[in-house]
Design a protein around this ligand. Structure first.
Ligand code: C2E
Ligand code: MG
Ligand code: MG
Ligand code: MG
Length: 290
């Protein structure tokens, strides 16, 4: 029985592998046309400064609206895009769209906010990244100081000198850099000391169950302390509960982002949110009070 069971499992496994491969192939061929068909959309999630309760930024998060599949999560399609060079074109589209949106909010008279844009490791290492960034800023009119690029620790598996030189080129443009998903990747403390970045975003795995998990509390506490000792700002992301928020506030976390404050919103809804906020209808000080 055991043998047969093993055999069945093997057959099943093979079948699901094929199915995955087919799905992947199908997705890849759809994905090739998604830009042309205008199927990508950026959602924006507000970032709140803990001390002041002000909306200080938004993170742009890509969505793929496929006519048959529905909304496809970036975790599913970005890996596929990364294997081909499609990630470069998608990345350019994201950058331009996010900068345009940021400029529109400025022109509409809202308080200037930082626009966070995620970069894949491959995009980060493309040879003309600094040119692409400065051209996009010029073209869209977004002030450089309002662009915040989010990179992950994956980039640091590469030649540290190269990474530092790219970061310095980006800094020279006047933009900000955040290390996303901090604490789960490859960066050593030595890198952190040498890399010219502005902000650490604590990975959401440490925020999850923060209220119950004393090890997560220790890690978050130490990360905030370390960041501040190195003159970096800290963002807590995926904050879902008041308890998590109050813990981060007590430990001096600079900014927070998460479903507790707002889910990522389509552009029009984000604009409404900024409008409501400007009119005092989104009172974060209430959320932030103990
Ligand atoms: P990330 O940059 O770490 O983004 C944060 C993720 O957490 C987002 O998932 C966001 O929707 C989600 N999130 C925000 N608040 C909460 C919360 O309170 N609870 C929980 N459970 N989740 C929350 P999303 O939008 O599915 O994006 C997943 C990842 O895909 C991103 O992780 C980022 O690495 C990547 N990504 C998204 N958009 C882009 C893009 O335009 N370019 C690149 N290169 N990567 C992107
Ligand atoms: Mg991010
Ligand atoms: Mg993250
Ligand atoms: Mg992530």
């Amino acid at each position: 029985v055991a043998k047969r069971k093993g055999k069945n499992q093997a057959v099943f496994y093979e079948f699901s592998m094929n199915e995955d491969a087919m799905k992947r192939f199908e997705l890849e061929s759809y994905l090739n046309k998604a830009l042309d068909y205008d199927e990508f959309e950026l959602y924006y999630q507000p970032q709140i400064e803990v001390e002041s309760g002000r909306v200080v930024g938004v993170e742009a998060l890509i969505r793929w609206n496929h006519p048959k599949l529905g909304i496809v999560s970036p975790n599913v399609f970005l890996d596929i895009a990364e294997e081909s060079n499609l990630i470069m074109q998608i990345g350019e589209w994201v950058l331009k769209t996010a900068c345009q949106m940021g400029k529109m909010w400025i022109d509409a008279g809202y308080e200037p906010i930082k626009i966070g844009v995620n970069l894949s490791a491959k995009q980060f290492l493309q040879h003309d990244l600094a040119d692409l960034i400065s051209n996009t800023l010029k073209e869209t009119g977004l002030p450089p100081s309002l662009l915040n690029l989010e990179i992950t620790e994956t980039v640091s598996v590469n030649d540290a000198k190269l990474v530092i030189s790219i970061l310095e080129q980006l800094r020279a443009i006047g933009i900000e850099i955040s290390v996303d998903d901090f604490g789960t990747g490859y960066s050593s403390l030595a890198y952190l000391k040498d890399f010219p970045v502005n902000t650490l975003k604590i990975d959401q795995m440490f925020i999850r169950e923060l209220e119950k998990d004393s090890q997560h509390q220790a890690i978050v506490n130490a990360t905030i302390y370390l960041a501040h000792a190195l003159n970096l700002r800290v963002v807590g992301e995926a904050v879902e509960t008041k308890e998590q928020l109050l813990f981060l506030k007590e430990k001096g976390c600079d900014e927070i982002q998460g479903y507790y404050l707002s889910k990522p919103l389509p552009a029009t809804k984000m604009t409404t949110y900024l409008k409501d906020y400007a009119e005092g209808k989104v009172p974060f000080d209430l959320f932030l009070k103990a």
